[in-house]
Each structure stands twice: as C-alpha cells, then as structure tokens.
Design a binder for this molecule. Structure first.
Ligand code: NIG
Ligand code: FE
Length: 408
C-alpha cells in the first residue's frame, strides 16, 4: 500500500475529455496526478493533491499514459540486417523473408528466445511503453508456436497466436494441409496460451477464405481476432477483419473506398505501423488522414520484428505517423495510447481516468507535441507501472518497483 503524487506537471495528457480541456487528449496544464496501489486515484491542479507517501516534482515536463504497443513480434531467433541493407539499395520486400526467421526460431533454445524477447521488451519500456501485445508466428510448426507463446506469456497478457503468418515450409505444396494444422492440432496446443488469433492476409501468405476459417476456428476456442491486412497491396484483409468483428486490422497501407467505409462502419480499429513502411522502403504509407476523416478509430504500433520493422520505439512511430501518415501530433499521441488500447479492447490502459492502471510515462519536454517535433530524441520514459512490473529485462538487473522505473 503506497501512494505517490506526481506534481507540478507542465502538461498532463489524460485522454479523458472531462478531466481536461475537452479535447480528445483531455489536456491539463499545471497539473498533478496521484497513483495508489497500482491505480490512478486523483487528477487535479498542481499543489492541490491530498497527502501521499511519496511526492515527485515534474516541473517543466509532460506526463501521459504509457504508450500501448498493440502489435509486435518479439519472439524470434536470428536477425536480418543483410536483407534490410539489400532493400535500402533497391531490392523489394517479400513475405518470403519470414522463412529465414522461422528457421532461426526453430533452431533457437527457449532460453535464447526468452532472453532476447525480454531485452526488446526492456527497450520498449525505456522509451515509455507500458502494455505490449506479442505474437507467435516464427514457428509455423506446433512445438515452436507453442514455445513462442510460452515466452510471450511470461512477458504480457496480450498474447497472439499467429500460426498463420506464412505457410509452413513443409507445406509449400499443400496449403490446405497447413490450414488444417493451424485450425486443428496447432490451435489446440496454442489456444490455452493466447488471448488473440491473427492471420497475415496477403499474396504469398493467406487468402480471404483461409483467413475466415482460421479466425473462426480461433473464435471457437475463445480467441479474439486481429488481422495483418492490406500491407503489401490491395486485398481482402480489411473486409475479413470487419466481417468477423476483429479488434483490429493492422497495416492498412493499401485501402480502397470500400475498405475505409467498412472500417468506419465497424468496431474494428485501424492500426497503422509506419515503421514497417519505413524499413521496407515502401513508396506509400498508410493514409491516416483519410481514415481519421472517415471517423475510423486509428491506433499506432511498432510491429517490432526482425524483417520489416526492427524498432521498439513508439516515439519514432509517432513521428513517422505525423510526417508520413498525415496525423497531427495530438492525433498521433492519442492513437499511440487510447487508440492502441482500443485495438486491444482494454479499458484500463491508454488513459489516466480514475481507476486506470498506473502506467504513466514522462517526457523530458513540456508538451506531447515534442514527440513529433523532436524526432529521434529520447524524451520519453516510463514513470510508473503497476506493482510487480519492471522496466528491466528478466535476468538483467533485479526487479524494480514502480517508483524506481524512472530516475529523472
Ligand atoms: O507485420 N506482415 C507480416 N509480418 C511482419 C513481417 C514479418 C517479417 O518479415 O519477418 C509484419 O510486417
Ligand atoms: Fe506484424
């Protein structure tokens, strides 16, 4: 039982209109927030908070809900820097590169998968990210998919079964056989370890009918749906996502008017991952402006993976979304917090309303707009986390309590 007051905050982003200036970010200047037993219990003016056990002065800084990274692939073996360098000298990205990582992941001891995923999560936390979704998908066989989800489940509650990333190499000539595996034995082994099921809908991966079958089979086991949709070209991904009531359609780079309308008419969030466009040197980025104008709920995520987006940085993604996807700095910060919480159907994170989980981040800057204004500068850091969560990787230093997360 302990309470901390974060006081004299230059700008507090609450993501609750009624707690602030009436804008979606619910901004308050000269503010204070009190956290007790892992929850936000009070929000108000600087200097006006009730007495607490600890008191921190954050003069000149912005405090915001910790970023929610709703799309990542942190469990993998090997890296693909050569493939990245080749792309930067003109070679195109193809989904086939995923098979390189499948081979390395199958060969990696579980301790190695755990150690490296933990290091990547620690990197995220050092840059202001709280809740993270982590997918399997580099096994493409029962044992490695299950092992990947075991590792993911040690790091987050937001685990996603992505047996349908690409066809397993053993099934190159038998796609129907692989779908049978993904919806049968592999699903049975993985569903108890997952909250979500995801499918990569793309030429060279899975088509619309295969995706429907896989998402339906997942739903029968209690898994919520998410879709890798319309990343490399137009296709049925977004339509399938909206049709099955997926929580999120991710990427959304190549959309037509029907796709935008389907998203606007559904409860499916559009999660943009501009780090992937950056790292594949895609000639186009997702059109966030068009989605916002249509009233679609937009989220941002890193898509951290060794092939298309080897970044753990939500601030980098925010800067890209502003510069390349047409979001304003305020829209991008909302999308990276409240939007990505919606993409995980989480109501306890992504905002600082009363009762919210105490995931707070702080910027070495006076307002949220500096995240895009000062790209590449390490402004963001986790300020506090619900008890028992550490900013450090497992095995790298000891557990840190909430108040130890940031030393500034
Ligand atoms: O989200 N699109 C499919 N999956 C990953 C890429 C994975 C890889 O190339 O290893 C993505 O971009
Ligand atoms: Fe992905």
């Amino acid at each position: 039982m302990s309470s901390t007051c974060f006081d004299r905050i230059a700008e507090l982003v609450t993501n609750r209109r009624e707690l602030g200036d009436g804008s979606p970010l619910g901004l308050r200047r000269d503010a204070a927030v009190v956290v007790e037993d892992g929850e936000v219990v009070w929000v108000g003016d600087a200097g006006a908070a009730p007495a607490t056990d600890d008191h921190r002065d954050l003069t000149g800084r912005c405090v915001l809900p910790a970023f929610v990274d709703s799309h990542s692939h942190l469990v993998f073996g090997g890296e693909r820097v050569g493939e990245f360098a080749a792309r930067m000298s003109g070679r195109a990205y193809t989904a086939g590169g995923i098979r390189t990582t499948i081979a390395a992941t199958r060969a990696a001891p579980v301790e190695e998968l755990r150690r490296r995923a933990g290091l990547l999560l620690a990197e995220m936390r050092r840059q202001g990210t709280g809740v993270v979704e982590i997918k399997s998908g580099y096994g493409a066989e029962v044992a490695t998919e299950r092992r990947s989800l075991e590792v993911a489940g040690e790091l987050t509650a937001e685990t996603t079964y992505l047996g349908a990333h690409v066809m397993g190499p053993e099934f190159a000539d038998d796609p129907a056989g692989y779908v049978t595996l993904v919806t049968g034995e592999m699903l049975a082994a993985c569903a108890p370890l997952a909250r979500w099921v995801d499918v990569f809908v793309e030429d060279g991966a899975f088509d619309g009918d295969q995706a429907r079958a896989i998402l339906r089979a997942g739903a029968e086991r209690g898994l919520g749906a998410r879709v890798h949709a319309n990343q490399l070209g137009p296709g049925p991904g977004v339509q399938v996502a909206c049709e099955v009531g997926a929580a999120s359609a991710d990427h959304c780079t190549h959309l037509d008017a029907r796709d935008v309308a389907a998203l606007a008419d559904s409860g499916t969030v559009a999660t943009l991952v501009p780090g992937a466009e950056f790292s594949t040197r895609s000639p186009v980025y997702a059109d966030g402006r068009r989605l916002m104008a249509a009233g679609v709920t937009v989220a941002l995520a890193t898509d951290c993976n060794p092939g298309t987006s080897y970044t753990t940085s939500m601030p980098f993604v925010i800067a890209l979304a502003v510069r390349e996807c047409g979001l304003t700095p305020s829209e991008a910060v909302w999308a990276a917090t409240a939007g990505s919480a919606a993409a995980l159907r989480r109501e306890d994170v992504g905002h600082l309303g009363l009762g919210a989980a105490a995931w707070l981040s702080v910027l070495d800057a006076p307002s949220h707009q500096y995240l895009a204004y000062r790209p590449g500068v390490p402004l963001a850091r986790l300020l506090t986390a619900p008890e028992g969560v550490t900013a450090r990787a497992p095995g790298v230093g000891g557990p840190g309590s909430a108040s130890q997360v940031a030393s500034r």
